[in-house]
Write a protein that binds this ligand. Sequence first.
Ligand code: 5AD
Ligand code: SF4
Length: 466
Amino acid sequence: MLICNNEAGMIASALDYTEKLREITPAIYGGRPKACVNTYGCQQNVSDSERIKGLLAASGYDITDNSDEADFVLFNTCAVRGHAEDRVFGNIGCMKQQKKQRPNMIVAVCGCMAQQQSVCDRVKKSYPYVDILFGTRHSHKLPEFIYKRLTGSGRIFDISEDFSGILEGLPVRRDGNLKGWLPIMYGCDNFCTYCIVPYVRGRERSRCSDDVVREAEEMIASGFKDIMLLGQNVNSYGKGLDEDINFAKLLRRINAIPGDFRIRFMTSHPKDCTVELLDAIADCEKVERHLHLPFQSGSDRILKVMNRRYDSEAYLNLIREARKRIPGVTFTSDIIVGFPGETYEDFLETVRVVKEVGFQSLFTFIYSPRNGTPAAAMPDPISREEKGRWFSELLLTQEEISKANYKACEGKTYRVLCDEITGEGRLSGKTSCSLEINFDGDASLLGSFVEVRVDRFTNVLEGTII
Ligand code: 5AD
Ligand code: SF4
């Protein structure tokens, strides 16, 4: 772990405030206080929340999912699309009543939405019952913020961008015990013209490989079987680090850790997906045979305006190369429908790529203008209704493709990690190519790898352990 003095001081200060909070909160709340963390948006946010819950637990809080009984309620927010923001404001609004009934309660907002000056101003002005708001770089200061607020400070707002390092060694409280998130990098340098992420999460920075490998080892030693490596663009992992590392090499290092576990990763950017990486995936038996490879649009004209830095032919070549090098690989993708200036002909190019690749499934979004991004200033003449029609057409196309792909699984046998009990009391598990199969079995198999034959596809894959 490489730590400069400044960062060592910040870690010591964060831990110091957890102690201070542990001392003062029992008297304020008449016992151990409870904290509820509401998370919106992507896996990165879910992972950030696990680290925030680690700090809260270290500060003496019991973690609850029920905000009605919580003494501290946090909203960890997402800014990627507009409707997520609307939902958050609605839910923050519900805190007004609770705060009236329990004045010692602390309400806080953090994450990508909070990082925007406009949101910070709106909360300051119109949501007086929000005590604390902080951006994406200050999670480690949460115990300090709560302590200060509880000991007489006014409302606290901190979205400064003065620190964008990575603090290692702070506590984590993971939500599960089989499947776990492992962040390997933060931020994004790509500036796709529709996307708010580079503005709210800042420049790309990677964790040192020793820190990542150490955390993976700890997770495996404590029983985790499915490790999801996280970053906005994991393919460019290692950029700027003072060591001879890239994502392909990192995968090989984690794959070499002894034990029976699976390594997954997201998100990949097509422009940084190299043959070296494809070969590493093929060589590493613990790495999933699945690529989540967002292509966003099949129109070369739109891809250019989106600043994606590949064209549809380069994307399709990459898919062919991956299929050649990684037998059995499956693909999923993100697509935006109705980017400013997109025509129906452009949209049909997207449908063409979707048909040609044959994705397992898709994450599809109608374009949502984000203040401050270049695309938000571009002319956008197509109506929401028209975009909605294109969107439904895309969903129908993909539904047929997914069905055909699932049907083709019938009769095949897969190695599956049993990871959940379904509502019907059956087991559910994932294959290495990220297919989900339901089958009969009991809870004692949770966390084991078993061979499952797919019997049929109804609206899910159903199988039998062999
Ligand atoms: N509007 C709609 N979808 C968006 N995404 C990112 N920004 C926007 C936006 N402004 C989608 C992209 C990305 C996924 C995480 O969210 O498809 O890959
Ligand atoms: Fe946003 Fe593009 Fe970065 Fe993904 S790669 S987070 S879409 S800017």
